[in-house]
Design a protein around this ligand. Structure first.
Ligand code: AMP
Ligand code: MG
Length: 333
């Protein structure tokens, strides 16, 4: 745990200072439309190394490189396959990460030694302004310690990373609230490597049918292979899709439990309740997911019981995050 605090700056007036911190090898957390990113100059191996250190992220987990504009892609990486160019043209700026060949200018630490690189243009004016002002591509994973809940507010970053980050740009809560969809569109049929804020249905309108890589939907390929990730500190138990609201007893055994509901409030007895979307809107539910989990985590409950959401559109990515958050849950005793 790092002690002390980072410099917390408003996203508009603090942008120039944050850009200069990036240029000189520092770490800047910044808002995107998905979650807050922990950025470093992607051309600088030492700066990128600081990301892994600050997050306690294993060195084999590659970073996503962020650009200010879709027009910056080919000058950095050279010509890309037509399907990659078509997806970038349609969805950038936006929550879609594409796989391309790693150019020589990007040091291997950024891609964890892979000869491919993940890249996107975020749909957030502060993020794009920051990257443009820094004048370099910006490597940025989510601005949380490895395996923990993703940050959707500046205060989540300050609490989670402390002085391990130099500057936090506060641009308010993020719009999508869930990470980007990652697609490898270099081959004949695009492969979704991670479900995310851009629904598969939207992708398929451009590319035709895609393959979803086994494991990327949060379903273990084999028992025990589902890595815990996106997890609150409190044990989280996930109810199957279609379970009635409050199907679980709130108490009775003296245990304080929190409840994460999709749309309806459960009966009394829960020590804390978070409703993702009272109107049953999946986009709103995705935007609120991590903030609700942060709240339940801070409520001092012994267990969080979470409902699954309808498994369609961005709901598939919400369920993916919930399954991973629940991956280490064990029945008590
Ligand atoms: P995060 O930035 O924390 O949302 O995580 C970035 C995700 O991008 C990780 O799950 C990586 O496995 C994935 N990723 C980054 N680079 C590549 C790449 N070259 N090929 C495949 N996946 C990648
Ligand atoms: Mg992450």
């Amino acid at each position: 745990m790092s002690t002390g605090s980072p410099r917390l700056l408003p996203a508009d007036s603090g942008l120039a200072e944050a850009a200069s911190v990036l240029r000189t090898g520092g770490l800047v957390a910044f808002p995107t439309e998905t979650v807050y990113g922990l950025g470093a100059n992607a051309l600088d191996a030492r700066a990128a190394a600081r990301i892994f250190e600050a997050k306690a992220r294993p060195s084999f987990d590659p970073l996503i490189t962020h650009l200010a504009d879709a027009a910056d892609l080919e000058p950095l990486v050279g010509p890309v396959p037509p399907a990659v160019a078509a997806l970038a043209a349609r969805f950038w700026p936006g929550p879609l990460t594409l796989i391309v060949d790693r150019p020589a200018a990007i040091p291997p630490i950024v891609t964890s030694g892979l000869d491919t690189m993940a890249v996107r243009v975020p749909d957030n004016d502060h993020a794009r302004g920051l990257i443009a002002a820094a004048g370099v591509p910006v490597a940025a994973p989510s601005a949380n310690r490895f395996g923990q809940l993703s940050p959707t507010r500046a205060e989540h970053v300050v609490r989670g990373l402390g002085a391990a980050v130099d500057v936090v740009l506060d641009g308010g809560p993020t719009r999508c609230g869930i990470e980007s969809t990652i697609v490898d569109a270099r081959g004949e049929r695009p492969v979704v490597l991670r479900l995310g804020a851009l629904p598969v249905e939207e992708l398929e309108k451009v590319t035709g049918p895609v393959t979803i890589r086994p494991g990327s939907s949060g379903q273990p390929v084999a028992p025990g292979t589902l890595a815990a990730h996106y997890a609150p500190r409190t044990p989280l138990r996930l109810l199957p899709i279609g379970s009635p609201v409050g199907a679980e007893p709130a108490a009775g055994d003296g245990v304080r439990r929190g409840y994460l509901s999709f749309r309806d409030r459960p009966a009394d007895g829960w020590a804390a309740v978070e409703v993702l979307s009272a109107t049953g809107d999946l986009t709103e539910a995705a935007a609120r997911l991590f903030d609700a989990l942060h709240q339940l985590d801070a409520a001092g409950v012994a267990e969080i019981v979470a409902e699954s959401v309808p498994d369609t559109g961005v709901g598939r990515a919400v369920n993916d995050r919930l399954r991973r958050a629940a991956a280490t849950w064990q029945p008590a005793g």
